[in-house]
Design a protein around this ligand. Structure first.
Ligand SMILES: NC(=O)c1ccc[n+]([C@@H]2O[C@H](COP(=O)([O-])OP(=O)(O)OC[C@H]3O[C@@H](n4cnc5c(N)ncnc54)[C@H](OP(=O)(O)O)[C@@H]3O)[C@@H](O)[C@H]2O)c1
Length: 253
C-alpha cells in the first residue's frame, strides 16, 4: 500500500468511526425532534372533519393535549372522535377550545373562515395555523375564486390582526398526513409566517406527523402555498388516476 492509499484508507476509517459514533451525518438533520418530545403543546382544533380528526389523533398520540372546537361538540360523531383520539382529548365549543390553547388549527371550509374567526374570541398572541384551500374550476382547471387573488392566510391575519398566523399543512392530502409512507418517499410541509418562533413550534408539530417542515418565508408566501395545492389539483385533472406530493430536495450548491 502506497502513502496515498494509506491516507485514503485512514480517512475512510475515520468517517466510518464518526458515522458509527453518530457524530457526523451526511444529510441535514431535521431540527427540533428532541425539543418536540420535550414540549407538550395544548392545541385547539377547530373543525372535526378529515384534516382536524387526522391531525388530532396523531398529535394526541405524540403527547399533545387536544381540544376539539366544534359547532356540535356533543354530537355522537364528535364524541366518537374524542374517544378515538384518547390521551385526555376533549371537545367543546369553538370559542371555549380557542380560549384554552396557545396553538389553534383551523381546518374549516374556506368560506367559513370569517364566521369561524369571529367565533373564536380574543386571538391576540395566539398561533393560528391555517391549512385551508380554496378553488373553483375555469375551463377544467382549478383557479383561485378570490379577487384579488391574495391568500386565505392573509384573510385570517386581517380578520385577527393580533394573532400570529402560520400557513401549513395545506399542500398535502390528509391521507398522507395519516400515513406518510403512502407517499412512497419523504414529503415536505412548507410553512409560511412572519414569526420565527411560531414557525419553529409548528415545524415540530409537522415532524410529529412524520413529515418534513420547510420554512418558506413570510406570510405573504402563503399565496404560493395555496397555488401549490391548486397546481396539484390541476395535475390530477390532467392526469386522472395520478397525484403527486411535494418534496424539496437538498443538493450541493
Ligand atoms: N381534505 C384534505 O385532504 C385537505 C388537506 C389539506 C388542507 N385541506 C383544507 O383544510 C380545510 C378542511 O378540510 P377537510 O377535508 O378537513 O374538511 P371537512 O372534512 O369538510 O371538515 C371541515 C370541518 O370544519 C368545521 N366547520 C366549521 N364551520 C363550518 C361551516 N360553516 N361549514 C362546514 N364545516 C364547518 C366542521 O366541524 P364541526 O362540524 O365539528 O364544526 C367540519 O367538519 C379545507 O379548507 C381544506 O381545503 C384539506
Amino acid at each position: 500500500m502506497n502513502g496515498e492509499e494509506l491516507v485514503k484508507r485512514m480517512r475512510h476509517l475515520g468517517l466510518v468511526l464518526l458515522l458509527a459514533l453518530g457524530l457526523w451525518s451526511p444529510l441535514p438533520i431535521p431540527s427540533g425532534n428532541a425539543a418536540a418530545q420535550a414540549r407538550s403543546e395544548t392545541i385547539a382544533i377547530i373543525g372535526t372533519g378529515n384534516v382536524g380528526s387526522t391531525l388530532g389523533k396523531i398529535w394526541a398520540e405524540a403527547g399533545h393535549r387536544i381540544i376539539y372546537g366544534s359547532r356540535t361538540p356533543n354530537a355522537s360523531r364528535v364524541r366518537k372522535l374524542v374517544n378515538e383520539t384518547g390521551h385526555g382529548a376533549t371537545a367543546t365549543s369553538q370559542a371555549a377550545a380557542a380560549a384554552q390553547a396557545e396553538i389553534i388549527l383551523i381546518p374549516v371550509p374556506p368560506t367559513a373562515i370569517p364566521e369561524v374567526i369571529a367565533s373564536l374570541g380574543d386571538l391576540n398572541g395566539k398561533i393560528v395555523v391555517d391549512p385551508t384551500n380554496y378553488w373553483s374550476f375555469e375551463a377544467g382547471y382549478p383557479i383561485s375564486p378570490r379577487d384579488p387573488r391574495d391568500s386565505l392566510a392573509e384573510e385570517v391575519q386581517a380578520l385577527a390582526p393580533g394573532a400570529i398566523v402560520v400557513k401549513a399543512f395545506n399542500t398535502l392530502n390528509y391521507t398522507i398526513m395519516e400515513d406518510p409512507s403512502r407517499a412512497g418517499g419523504p414529503v415536505t410541509v412548507p410553512i409560511a409566517g412572519n414569526d420565527a418562533a411560531a414557525k419553529a413550534r409548528v415545524a415540530r408539530l409537522v415532524e410529529d406527523v412524520g413529515l418534513e417542515p420547510l420554512d418558506v418565508g413570510p406570510l405573504q408566501a402563503a399565496e404560493y402555498l395555496e397555488e401549490m395545492l391548486r397546481l396539484a389539483l390541476g395535475f390530477r385533472e390532467l392526469n386522472p388516476g395520478f397525484a403527486f406530493d411535494y418534496f424539496l430536495r437538498v443538493r450541493p450548491n
